[in-house]
Write a protein that binds this ligand. Structure first.
Ligand SMILES: [Zn+2]
Length: 262
């Protein structure tokens, strides 16, 4: 049975151990999060006025990379919307940006009609305006996938195999304690003990350093340590839960298509 143990959870990061899966499943979870979960980002900018130092394309590019808090329950992907990709209130959000110099324009100056969808970080600088310079933009944000553009990527996911560390016939040389960069070992009663298994990065420096060959480290083929880091659009736990829901949907689709085969 699959077991999950949380190691650390904050607003931005989730570290956990998952047991009894395999590398294929681990990578499926990673890829679903990084490239399949829909995320809100700016897709189109209608420039009404811009006499700032940045030309329109540069400005639009900067706007596109601002992460927005995403509300998956209120919006549809444009390609799956009832409006047939024409654009409606269910698949597009209109925002606006007006500023007059002298000032620095920040992400918080983008005004959203939906209070649930706003920039994650309010103080991201967009452009500096000098006296007499004006910016007036109409902006459209949509849901999209990380596989289509990095601006729709919700975060970073990486994992490593769980380390299986065995110490046999230790003669207490304590060389491993000296070389380990992650303080995995400790000496007590002239014997080496594994105290921080979870910190091991599988560098295997200890194996080489021990003059008695007492240490053996293997990468687990079924247990993994996962690190999920969100850019802020969705909470890391929500990323994981959404990825699992998506996997379920994809398998359902697969099942349906399979049944149609004669
Ligand atoms: Zn629509």
């Amino acid at each position: 049975m699959i077991e999950i143990k949380s190691l650390k959870e904050t607003n931005e990061k989730l570290d956990f151990v998952i047991k009894n899966i395999d590398a294929v499943t681990a990578n499926t979870i990673r890829r679903l999060i990084v490239s399949e979960i829909p995320i809100m980002a700016i897709e189109a900018v209608n420039v009404i006025k811009n006499n700032s130092a940045l030309y329109d394309e540069m400005l639009s590019h900067r706007l596109g990379l601002i992460p927005f808090k995403t509300d998956l329950s209120s919006y549809n992907l444009k390609e799956k919307c009832k409006c047939k990709e024409k654009g409606c209130a269910l698949c597009e959000l209109t925002l606006s940006l007006k500023a007059t110099g002298p000032c620095t324009v920040y992400s918080e100056d983008i005004k959203s009609k939906d209070p649930k969808v706003k920039p994650v970080y309010p103080k991201m600088p967009i452009v500096k305006l000098l006296k007499g310079q004006t910016l007036e933009l109409e902006i459209i944000a949509i849901l999209g996938h990380g596989k289509d553009h990095a601006k729709f990527s919700p975060g970073l996911v990486h994992y490593q195999a769980y380390p299986k560390i065995k110490v046999t016939n230790c003669k207490g040389s304590s060389k491993c304690v000296e070389v380990c960069p992650k303080d995995v070992f400790q000496v007590s009663n002239k014997k080496v003990k594994v105290v921080n298994e979870i910190n091991c990065i599988l560098c295997k420096a200890c194996e080489e350093a021990c003059p008695h060959g007492a240490i053996n480290i293997e990468d687990s083929k079924t247990d993994f340590i996962f690190h999920v880091e969100s850019w802020g659009q969705l909470k890391p736990k929500k990323l994981l839960l959404t990825a699992i829901d998506m996997l379920e949907d994809k398998l359902d689709d697969f099942n349906k298509s399979l049944k149609k085969l004669k």
